[in-house]
Design a protein. Structure first.
Length: 653
């Protein structure tokens, strides 16, 4: 089909079999074909319908319309039959689509108006992209009839990037079951059908292109079963046209064309998000969640509201037993005292008490594998999953460097040791770290908190608490960092490491005791959490984000501060003066270290302030911004992003 004629060409001899030209030299403005059926728009407002019969192009019918035709389509509802039963035409000056029955081009009774549906208009009018009125300003640029998921659809793409979808019931007559509209982009839409993984799909080419397909499930609408359309965005911007390509080299491929480029590729299989929910007790509120992919587990920190002794008993029973002693390292008698303290608060008639809880869930079945309760008035504030690197104590490193022959401690019991826990190459792998705050009833702010290190023992089906660190404030944020741990504690930024203990750890062995069927206190007798370095922030640090060696800290009232992590070696003389080794041992070290200048030096850590935002805005969270995709650069937030650190503060009140 050209602007001046419709040609039927023999593909073997490349000779014209039949040629049809409009009368009076009128031009052809739009055309569409389906196997042996052809429909063209002549002189802007006349539709002429042809059929190929016995290798001859024959005119079957024509119809004069009241308005000029902008686009036309003839496609079969039933792909297997390959015979079209209707012709769809979009009109320039009218806000509707004309649907004609074949072969005589009789208009159908169904009203296909492009007025915006009320629910869609309300959604689009509140979108940040701009207001779209109920009388849509866009005109039809592309129309397509296709059966998606067993439901006949009439799709109309407008010049302003809006796509209208009409779900139809096609029989002896055509009725509209549902009408929806969605804004895909800001430029004209061109609709092209293609087959993807054996299923009918539609490519909507625009400045923000998308692929339309139907999900397998159907829903009921007005006594009809309708398949729902899914829109998958395309990661190539500015597509002008799309055409399906099928060859031995690239089967079931597609060709995409923009102003200056051409792509040939295949569509990736679309993966749907499957959602499974886990119901919590009505008195439990989820607070933090962390995922450990190697163990296929989730750690969920919840807050339980206790309004009666019955709710307290149910909460303790759901965690197996009262396990306060597991986290506060006390005996059973002290645990009973804390239990009585909770009951005293409940019977005092004041506001409902709250208690924190840490649960381990299976990521596949969402089954609660184990739970442990925090102590009264202790709330979970932060939670993360990480692997901690084993660090030697500075004096141990000095002795090793000086050749003193200091022997390592050997743990003979069944405690949580390097071999028993499955650690490899000096790492405490797959641990969960929980940060808490403790606010007593007579206090306004948290003056104390804890950082609790625990692991899930899949063999024994128990939570093992392997370490605990007492902080002078609430632990609002925890972030893994180079095998260590960054913690925001009130107005300070702490860098903590999993470091060897100073003694043989006999006290830790004595404190080890089983408390219930779901949790056990098994503090590591070789290693503990220690502060490697700290840095004062501003008022209250609530968020941490890292990018390489840079650490950004968000303050609730003082915006964001940036720090740089550095490692340095402490000179041997200074290291010897600050260690607990005797003077005789120090002299022995210095004599044995004469062969090297760095012998006896100790590795130290520090966080160096780099910059700070002095705007004083309230900050709730900060994040590292990855390099934006080319198609997203114009949609990025206009504030600049630091090229070296890649940080951008998210402000909030």
């Amino acid at each position: 089909v050209t602007r001046r004629a419709v040609l039927l060409i023999d593909s073997t001899r490349w000779a014209v079999q039949t040629e049809w030209k409009p009368e009076d030299g009128a031009g052809i403005s739009a055309a569409s074909a389906c196997t042996d059926q052809v429909a063209v728009a002549v002189n802007s407002s006349v539709i002429v319908y042809f059929e190929v019969q016995q290798n001859v192009l024959k005119q079957v019918a024509y119809r004069q319309l009241d308005k000029a035709i902008s686009c036309i389509d003839v496609h079969a509802w039933d792909v297997d039959s390959g015979t079209a039963t209707h012709v769809a035409a979009g009109l320039w000056a009218a806000n509707d689509v004309c649907l004609l029955a074949l072969p005589d081009l009789t208009p159908v009774a169904a009203k296909l108006s492009l007025d915006m549906p009320q629910e869609t208009a309300a959604t689009l009018s509140s979108s940040p992209d701009g207001v779209i009125s109920n009388k849509n300003s866009g005109l039809p640029r592309s129309v397509l009839m296709s059966t998606l998921g067993g439901t006949p659809y009439l799709l109309v793409g407008l010049g302003d990037g809006c796509l209208h979808q009409f779900a139809l019931a096609v029989g002896s007559d055509v009725t509209v079951c549902e009408h929806k509209a969605i804004a895909l982009g800001s430029g004209p839409l061109l609709l092209t059908p293609f087959i993807n993984n054996g299923k009918q799909s539609v490519f909507a080419a625009s400045d923000h292109s998308a692929v339309l397909f139907a999900e397998s499930r159907t829903r009921e609408y007005s006594d009809k079963r309708i398949s729902k359309l899914i829109y998958a965005s395309v990661d190539v911007r500015g597509i002008k046209r799309m055409a399906p390509v099928d060859s031995q080299v690239m089967p079931m491929a597609m060709c995409l064309v923009s102003d200056m480029q051409l792509w040939i590729g295949q569509a990736d299989p679309v993966q749907r998000l499957h959602v499974r929910s886990h119901s919590l007790p009505r008195w439990a509120a989820p607070h933090r969640i962390a995922h450990c992919e190697p163990l296929s587990t989730y750690a969920v920190a919840t807050i339980h509201s206790l309004d009666s002794e019955a709710s307290w008993a149910a909460t303790a029973a759901s965690a197996g037993v009262w396990e306060g002693q597991a986290l506060i390292n006390t005996n059973a008698q002290q645990a009973k005292l804390l239990d009585s303290e909770v009951r005293a608060v409940l019977t005092a008639g004041g506001p409902p008490a709250e208690i924190g809880r840490l649960s381990i869930l299976d990521s596949q079945t969402m089954e609660v594998l184990g739970s442990v309760l925090l102590r009264p008035f202790e709330m979970p504030e932060s939670l993360c999953s990480l692997s901690l690197k084993y660090l030697a104590r500075p004096e141990s490193a000095a002795r090793a460097a000086a050749g003193t022959g200091a022997s390592e401690n050997t743990l003979q019991s069944a405690a949580f040791s390097t071999a028993a826990s499955g650690n490899v190459q000096g790492w405490l792998n797959n641990a969960f770290v929980l940060g808490t705050s403790i606010v007593l009833p007579e206090e306004d702010d948290a003056r104390r908190g804890r950082i609790i290190v625990c692991v899930w023992d899949s063999a024994l089906q128990q939570i093992r608490i392997v370490g605990s660190f007492t902080a002078m404030g609430a632990v609002y944020a925890l972030v893994p960092f180079r095998g260590m741990l960054l913690a925001a504690v009130n107005g300070r930024l702490l860098l903590l490491g999993w470091q060897r203990r100073a003694s043989n750890g006999e006290a830790g062995v004595a404190a080890r005791s089983k408390v219930g069927s779901f949790a056990v206190l098994a503090e590591d007798t070789d290693y503990e959490l220690v502060v490697l370095c700290s840095q004062q922030t501003q008022i209250t640090a609530v968020s941490i984000s890292t990018n390489g060696d840079y650490v950004a800290v968000g303050d609730v009232m003082s915006s964001v501060s940036l720090y740089h992590y550095e490692e340095y070696m402490l000179p041997p003389a200074v290291a010897a003066a600050t260690s607990s080794i005797s003077t005789q041992q120090q002299q022995q070290q210095q004599q044995q270290a004469a062969g090297g200048e760095t012998a006896g030096a100790q590795l130290r850590h520090r966080l160096v302030p780099v910059s700070r935002d002095y705007s004083g805005v309230w900050t709730t969270a900060i994040a590292t911004v990855p390099p934006p995709l080319e198609q997203n650069r114009e949609r990025m937030y206009p504030e600049p992003i630091d090229a070296e650190t890649g940080f951008l503060a998210r402000q909030g009140g």
